[in-house]
Design a protein around this ligand. Structure first.
Ligand SMILES: CC(C)(COP(=O)(O)OP(=O)(O)OC[C@H]1O[C@@H](n2cnc3c(N)ncnc32)[C@H](O)[C@@H]1OP(=O)(O)O)[C@@H](O)C(=O)NCCC(=O)NCCS
Ligand SMILES: [Zn+2]
Length: 281
């Protein structure tokens, strides 16, 4: 019986009930990371997920990263500039792409690590982002008492942990991007393959919709737990794949230790025209 129920398409009503059981009542400021396939089939697909999330939050934020803009090095030729409508990378997911396609959504214009948001605090959350502090929108959610929702995905998709790494003082990598026709260096995060190792230190509220498991966290708890864990063991969240950039970070952190960073917004800000735009502008 249970197995049959888990194979049936998930209705918008079932999804709404799952969100409500997590306490989402339309007043929360939320970042979401999702897999549509995790439901089995969701009636109405990304449109349903977006609609129900929006109905149950005050502000809805999602990563809208576009890794295709990254350049191989400082001398690389520039083929394409980032624009408001640049496609979201496939491994960020369909929900984020659907949000980007909404004309009323705000999108921060970091060339590779943009965020997209709708609702009450959308502009305020996104305008914190800088090239040196690409995850600052998570800092804004931290200040707002916001939440992070994982829909059928694990902590390897949980961007809030990257902000914890940033604050704890993990070395960031340098990557190159086109910005206003010039090549610009930017801070780039470590890989997240082993972020599930944070799970024992954070307590989610959990719900199910069809086959999908939904886990809701307070951004503050995620970020604070990451900082605590990394202070204890700076290598705790680095993966062990020999060819991964994590090994470069491991060498650097063993040599230099952590260099904690401040939570406040950095002084190096993107030029105003790059900070945040809605398509109406
Ligand atoms: C990588 C990831 C997006 C893959 O999940 P996914 O479910 O395969 O992909 P999406 O959520 O984009 O949904 C698209 C898929 O849903 C399927 N789909 C379409 N309609 C559907 C429906 N109504 N019901 C269920 N699945 C549906 C599509 O077939 C498509 O699969 P395909 O690409 O094989 O054709 C997901 O695992 C993930 O990691 N998401 C979070 C990403 C993130 O926030 N990262 C932050 C970086 S720090
Ligand atoms: Zn790695």
């Amino acid at each position: 019986m249970l197995n049959l129920a888990r194979r049936l398409p998930v209705s918008p009503q079932q999804l709404a009930e799952a969100l409500e059981s997590l306490g989402l009542d339309g007043t929360q400021h939320l970042i979401v990371h999702s897999s549509l396939k995790s439901f089995g089939t969701l009636e109405g697909g990304a449109g349903t997920l977006l609609g129900e999330l929006e109905r149950h939050t005050a502000t809805l934020v999602a990563p809208a990263f576009s890794y295709q803009t990254l350049l191989r090095g400082p001398e690389s030729p520039i083929h394409a500039q980032f624009a408001r409508g640049t496609r979201v990378s496939r491994d960020i997911g369909r929900l984020s792409q659907s949000l980007v396609e909404r004309p009323d959504a705000h999108r921060s214009l970091h060339p590779a690590l943009s965020f997209v948001a709708v609702g009450e605090q959308a502009g305020a959350v996104l305008e914190r982002q800088t090239l040196a502090n690409p995850y600052a929108p998570i800092g804004a959610l931290y200040d707002l008492g916001g939440s992070a929702l994982l829909v059928g995905v694990d902590h390897s998709s949980n961007t809030s942990i990257h902000y914890g790494e940033y604050l704890a003082g993990m070395p960031l990598l340098t990557r190159y991007l086109p910005e206003n026709g010039r090549v610009t260096a930017c801070s780039f995060p470590n890989c997240s393959a082993d972020f599930e190792r944070l799970a024992p230190y954070v307590q989610p509220l959990t719900a199910h919709a069809g086959r999908s498991r939904l886990r809701l966290y307070r951004v503050r708890e995620l970020v604070d737990a990451t900082v605590r864990l990394l202070r204890q063991d700076p290598e705790a969240l680095l993966c062990t794949y020999p060819s991964c950039r994590c090994q470069q970070v491991r060498t650097s952190v063993r040599r230099d230790g952590l260099r904690p960073r401040a939570h406040a917004a950095d002084s190096e800000v993107l030029p105003p025209q790059l900070r945040e735009l809605s398509t109406q502008n």
